[in-house]
Design a protein around this ligand. Structure first.
Ligand SMILES: Nc1nc2c(ncn2[C@@H]2O[C@H](COP(=O)(O)OP(=O)(O)OP(=O)(O)O)[C@@H](O)[C@H]2O)c(=O)[nH]1
Ligand SMILES: [Mg+2]
Ligand SMILES: [Zn+2]
Length: 349
């Protein structure tokens, strides 16, 4: 056992009826824990009995059942071994930058995704749209956090661009201005995850909420506002405000993964989805030059932004290609499986 956390109750860690039901098969043999930190294959786990250093049961399949920060797990009573990971309610998943044909979970079981964007050169609505898609896919509710308000000359324009996309909070985390607005977005015992580019100010926000400087932060590069990837681990933090927060390293790539939720694109681009649902004159309209095209009309009237439409098409294209590639991969795997089965059975392959 390492140390006692702030609130040594399961409720304080986000436990509720849902988790109680999910944990039922382990209730008499295990204790429940929530992953606080992952480091080199070892896990720091919060429990109602304190914090433990645990190792995964070797039976957990390494590629598939890898616990991440925020996961609820079943621990052996001595707190040393993780025997099961409870099915995630939400998961922020991107394409693994190392192995492009695999998903990579960033953080699990967040109720809210704070999408942090600096109001310096980090500001980019197209990237925000991509985060909003991944958030819809994750199952969490998005809140856009525009940080570094002290560095913005035209706050009104940025606010106008973002407030139609999702609930919005404007901050100056360095000075602590607006920090209380984050709590207003949270219900008691909910968990939020901070997502955004390196240097956007995620750890500064976490430190402000905690009232200390425990997490290291570092200045961004002057010429392009890029961060230096200061945070290298994902950490779940209990806040005295009564909710939980996950600080994660800034993301370099934001490649999408195959959808689990086919509605995610329509949720993130609800305005585009509404126009498409209304239907252009031709059902196979390519939204190009066809007469009676509602998309063209919306673009021409300014109701739909050209950049937003392009971004939607780009994302949709990526998802289609990824879907085709994973289907092909699955077919190939199945073929190999049959081949080896036939071989084992002594049949000609
Ligand atoms: N001017 C200004 N600077 C800020 C503000 N918030 C954070 N910063 C600065 O931005 C720099 C980067 O902040 P971090 O909190 O380290 O950023 P991060 O998002 O955690 O970055 P990674 O850990 O690399 O992903 C630090 O120098 C902060 O002091 C703000 O509201 N205004
Ligand atoms: Mg950080
Ligand atoms: Zn059309």
């Amino acid at each position: 056992m390492v140390s006692f956390g702030l609130v040594a109750t399961l409720t304080g860690l986000g436990w509720n009826h849902h988790w109680e039901a999910a944990f039922a098969p382990f209730a008499t043999t295990h204790i429940a824990g929530r992953i606080r930190l992952v480091h080199r294959g070892k896990f720091d786990v919060f429990t109602e009995f304190g914090e433990f250093d645990a190792e995964p049961n070797p039976k957990l399949r390494p590629g598939k059942d890898r616990a991440v920060t925020g996961d609820w797990v079943a621990l052996t009573p001595d707190g040393t071994r993780i025997d099961a990971i409870l099915p995630r309610r939400t998961a922020f998943v991107r394409r693994d930058p190392g192995d492009r044909m695999r998903p990579q979970a960033i953080a699990a079981n967040a109720d809210v995704a704070f999408l942090v964007m600096g109001l310096d050169l980090d500001y980019n609505v197209r990237r925000l749209e991509r985060y909003l898609y991944l958030t819809a896919e994750s199952g969490a509710r998005p809140v856009i956090v525009l940080n570094k308000s002290d560095l913005c000359d035209d706050l009104a324009t940025c606010v106008r661009e973002c407030e139609k996309l999702a609930p919005l909070v404007v901050l100056n985390a360095r000075a602590g201005e607006g920090i209380g607005l984050l709590s207003a977005q949270m219900q008691p015992h909910e968990t939020a995850v901070l997502l955004g580019s390196s240097g956007a100010g995620k750890s500064t926000i976490a430190n402000r909420l905690r009232g200390n400087e425990l997490i290291p932060t570092a200045p961004v590069r002057e010429h392009d506002s890029r961060g230096r990837h200061t945070t290298t681990r994902r950490e779940l933090i209990q806040l005295e405000q009564g909710w939980l927060l996950m600080d994660v390293p800034g993301m370099r790539g934001l490649q999408v993964w195959t959808p689990h939720n086919p509605q995610a694109l329509d949720i993130a681009f609800h305005d585009v989805a509404a126009i498409l649902a209304e239907g252009c004159r031709f059902s196979d309209c390519r939204h190009d030059e066809e007469p009676g095209c509602l998309i063209r009309a919306a673009l021409e009237s300014g109701q739909l932004d050209e950049g937003r439409w392009d971004n939607y098409c780009k994302l949709r294209g990526e998802l289609t290609r990824l879907g085709e590639a994973t289907e092909l991969q699955a077919k190939e795997k199945e073929k190999q499986r049959w081949k080896s089965l036939r071989k084992k059975a002594g049949l000609r392959t």
